[in-house]
Design a binder for this molecule. Structure first.
Ligand code: ADP
Ligand code: MG
Length: 632
């Protein structure tokens, strides 16, 4: 103990600190409760620092003393005290760190304010501004601190105006005591309120947070869960603990479908605990749906739904990520262009895909369950992040023309028939339409399996999937459908009719509707179908675009006609014998309309279609003049 202990001294806040204090004190910011997060995290930092020093200086703390934090509400005095037995501060540190040297958060905050047109009080919440956030709720703050290894203590006090004072004080052990003299409207003395705030912001701090609930110090209750589950070794955590944590996190009543727990060390350190739920949330396909993981920084809760950490096509994933490297006062804006965030996001994607890969390989039936619930979302990844194609392709499952179950691309490839050179698919609105699709007739006749892509997202997603392990994916509706051999040329000969002249007539009649008329080699049973020219839009996408862009022109497709179909042969006879026949024109339009209907597309003019069909039926049902009348 020094005999010439320094007297009380008064200091001016550094200009930047004063600016921040002024803003904090006059702030209308509603989320004032963040002060508790900031002060508890400072206490936790101080305990971390002490724990680190104890490794080499075990004598710093009396044996058996437990490192901890205590919250002491005092209703009579209207004070809230935050006490810790961490590393503490010397007189010098108190002066610099709490007043004369602006720390990085303060500067960042002021820079941000300089950018903004007007002082936006909400920025205070985003930036936290550390210790000074105490003035969101207090009109006077006293900090008594004793540095570890020292015997003297000092008290820092300030009303948050221009100056603060420092004077010698007493403290029973190393650490810091912060006494907040609460503003009249600051309601932070109620134990329930304090408990719920701790649970919200600081539940997983490494040290017990004791809440004193009685008159004396003896009556305390530990109000945080303590060591974060994700900080433990996965081998030390029971399945039931994961389940409980998942339920706590998501409010789901069922355990998760699967989880992934990982810890990354190296230039960046973070840990994560990710879950895939069993069921889809109701808003999975709502554009404004919230998604992301819960972000912690060094065990301190920062925000829910950190969307920058999780791509939208993994929006079904829930969980937490805890970064050792991000600043505590990180805001959503800062997250957006942080290289730390990019590294974490990449790792999250990898972890989820690894998890799914493992299930797909080891438990195919279980994987099918997952696919049924979230496959549609995962497929969006092909569109939004084509670079993930090689990771996503093995996870895809489709219904197909073979069997009623799901098939993977690898299984498809393994059972391709001889001579087949591509993976074929058809985009349709339903399995029924896909099964009956005229476009796939030749394919199926040859025994080629056809994948049924019946999700609205498929039309977009498949664009990111040109090939699988060097086998090209080919749409059955593509104009240049190559079947990989020239059997088609032979089969054409059997009973094919020369349709060249008819083709010209159809082309002229349908010039508003189709870009070209071709004689088909893909049809066996249907008279005609429509195909997409090279580079053209799939009809489903086109319809979606037309729906949003209101009245966009329908892109013209190619009409393919079947030279072996008797309908076409009959039309050709009609053309030869009666070239000016008006009913031939009606029939051509009907042929076109039924090709649209067969693939599930709407027809342009249903009333005209109905008129023509009625005329046709009328004629076809006419009794021949010499037919006998039915009896009666
Ligand atoms: P940051 O935590 O980002 O450094 P703060 O404004 O929260 O900024 O705190 C400023 C500094 O005050 C800390 O860096 C630390 O040195 C000191 N400090 C604050 N609270 C405590 C405490 N409970 N124990 C020891 N030092 C503290
Ligand atoms: Mg801090």
């Amino acid at each position: 103990m020094t005999t010439d202990a320094p007297e009380k001294s008064t200091h001016h806040f550094q200009a930047e600190v004063s600016q921040v204090l002024g803003l904090v004190i006059n702030s209308l910011y509603t989320k004032k409760e963040v002060f508790l997060r900031e002060l508890l995290s400072n206490a936790s930092d101080a305990l971390d620092k002490l724990r680190f020093r104890l490794v080499t200086e075990p004598g710093l703390v009396p044996e058996g003393e437990k490192l901890r934090i205590r919250l002491i509400p005092d209703k009579a005095k209207r004070t809230l005290t935050i006490w810790d037995n961490g590393v503490g501060m010397s007189r010098e540190t108190l002066t610099t760190d709490l007043g004369t040297v602006a720390h990085s958060g303060t500067r960042a905050f002021l820079e941000k304010l300089a950018d903004a047109k007007r002082a936006d009080v909400n920025l205070i919440g985003q930036f936290g501004v550390g210790f000074y956030s105490a003035y969101l709720v207090a009109d006077e703050v006293a900090v008594t601190s004793r540095a570890a290894g020292e015997t003297e203590a000092n008290r820092w006090t300030s009303k948050g105006t221009d100056t603060f004072t420092i004077e010698p004080a007493e403290r029973e052990c190393q650490g810091t005591t912060i006494v907040l003299h609460l503003k009249p409207d600051a309601d932070y003395l109620d134990t329930y309120r304090l408990k719920s705030l701790v649970e919200r912001y600081s539940d997983f701090l490494d040290y017990p947070i004791e809440l004193s609930t009685g008159e004396t110090d003896a009556k305390v209750e530990v109000v945080n869960k303590g060591k974060a589950l994700w900080q433990r070794r996965p081998s030390e955590v029971e399945k039931s603990q994961y389940d409980d944590f998942y339920k706590h996190l998501t409010h789901d009543f069922e355990p998760p479908f699967a989880h992934r727990h990982f810890q990354v060390e190296g230039t960046q350190e973070f840990s994560g605990l990710l879950f895939i739920p069993k069921r889809a949330p109701f808003d999975l396909f709502q554009p404004e749906e919230r998604h992301g993981v819960r972000l912690y920084v060094r065990r301190v809760f920062i925000m829910d739904d950190a969307a920058d950490l999780l791509p939208k096509w993994l929006r079904f994933v829930r969980g937490v990520v805890d970064s050792e490297d991000l600043p505590l006062n990180v805001s959503r804006e800062v997250l957006q262009d942080s290289s730390i965030v990019r590294v974490i996001r990449k790792q999250i994607v990898k972890q989820v895909l690894d998890l799914l890969d493992g299930i797909a390989k080891d438990e195919p039936a279980r994987y099918a369950e997952f696919w049924g619930v979230f496959g549609r979302v995962l497929k969006e990844g092909l569109h939004f992040e084509p670079e993930q194609k090689d990771r996503l392709a093995p996870l895809l499952r489709y219904e197909s023309s073979k069997g009623s179950g799901l098939v993977s691309l690898a299984e498809y490839k393994a059972r391709m028939v001889e001579g087949q050179k591509a993976i074929y698919y058809v985009i349709a609105e339903s399995r029924t339409l896909a099964e009956k699709s005229p476009h796939t007739e030749q394919l199926r006749k040859r025994g080629f399996e056809v994948l049924f892509m019946t999700d609205p997202v498929d039309a977009f997603a498949v664009g990111g999937l040109d090939d699988f392990e060097d086998v090209p994916l080919v749409s059955a509706t593509a104009a240049d459908l190559k079947l990989g051999d020239d059997k088609s040329a032979e089969s054409k000969d059997e009973k094919a009719v020369d349709l060249d002249e008819l083709r010209g007539l159809i082309r002229a009649e349908l010039q508003e509707d189709v870009s070209e008329v071709r004689v088909s080699d893909r049809l066996t049973d249907s008279p005609a179908c429509l195909v997409v020219p090279d580079g053209g839009l799939q009809p489903h996408i086109e319809r979606l675009l037309r729906a949003t862009e209101r009245g966009g022109a329908r892109a013209k497709r190619i009409l393919e006609i079947n030279p072996t179909h008797s309908l076409l042969a009959n039309l050709e006879v009609e053309r030869k014998t009666n070239p000016a026949s008006p009913r031939l024109r009606d029939w051509i339009h009907l042929l076109f309309d039924q090709a649209l209907l067969a693939e599930g597309s709407p027809i342009e003019d249903p009333s005209q279609f109905a008129e023509r069909l009625t005329k046709l039926l009328e004629e076809a049902s006419k009794r021949p003049p010499d037919a006998p009348l039915p009896p009666g």
